[in-house]
Design a protein around this ligand. Structure first.
Ligand SMILES: N[C@@H](CCC(=O)N[C@@H](CS)C(=O)NCC(=O)O)C(=O)O
Length: 223
């Protein structure tokens, strides 16, 4: 197991824990929680009653005008959007470790996977899971096509690198991609044909301080 914290005393150095507004079934929220756990930061989860529209309340809209989770409040700073949050956390609490890459080309590679996380990952595996877990209406054919292409690119990348997506070590690119890939079977997407992706999932799940996302039922495979 690898220890990734800049220093384990981060949690004790903070005046107050970070407040994490979340939905426990959201992979975007799990991404944030996983990263806070890996860094050893102290935080408190605040569950939003999204079924009753708490994420669209006047109070919550002041925190994120898009009315979406995750949002964190860290003292005077309120940060929304899962990628923005992990970048903020890496810079604030994890800067000794090269979470965003060490060189210009590594930084570019990490940024590329952050873009994939809010592009292909959100429109593919995350959307397919959304349909089953939250009953959302999605364009299934489009989401399946995007997912198939994404998994092929990831499998090829991880077969080449034999480790992580952007560099030889764990970066924000891996954190951004993990939750919705690991839980793709909840959207009817099997990872069985992708041994390099499954090894990468296991690698992340073996990290010190790893915390899992609450699982939802695995549904019949459609890809
Ligand atoms: N780009 C955002 C997307 C966040 C997102 O889609 N959150 C969902 C939960 S997984 C949400 O709050 N949906 C409610 C809505 O859009 O009204 C991020 O990365 O944080």
């Amino acid at each position: 197991m690898t220890s990734l914290s800049k220093n384990a005393s981060n949690s004790t150095m903070k005046d107050a824990p970070i407040i994490h507004y979340r939905n426990p079934k959201s992979g975007h929220c799990h991404k944030v929680e996983l990263f806070m756990s890996l860094l050893g930061i102290s935080y408190i989860n605040h569950e939003l009653d999204m079924v009753n529209g708490a994420h669209k309340s006047t109070d919550f809209i002041t925190k994120n005008p898009f009315g979406q989770v995750p949002v964190i409040v860290d003292g005077e700073h309120t940060v929304s959007d899962s990628n923005a949050i992990i970048v903020y956390l890496a810079d604030t609490y994890g800067s000794i470790y090269p979470w965003m890459g060490a060189t210009p080309i590594e930084k570019a590679r990490v940024q590329r996977w952050l873009s994939v996380a809010s592009g292909e990952l959100a429109k593919g595996p995350a959307a397919l899971r959304l349909e089953y877990v939250f009953g959302a209406n999605i364009d299934v054919a489009s989401a399946l096509a995007i997912t198939e292409n994404l998994l092929k690119v990831m499998e090829d990348t991880l077969t080449d690198t034999k480790s992580y997506l952007a560099t030889d070590s764990l970066t924000l690119g891996d954190i951004a991609m993990y939750s919705y890939i690991a839980h793709a079977p909840e959207g009817g997407v099997s990872l069985q044909p992708y041994p390099a992706i499954r090894a990468w999932v296991n690698r992340i799940e073996s990290l010190a301080n790893f915390i899992p996302m609450a699982s939802s039922p695995i549904v019949e495979c459609r890809l």
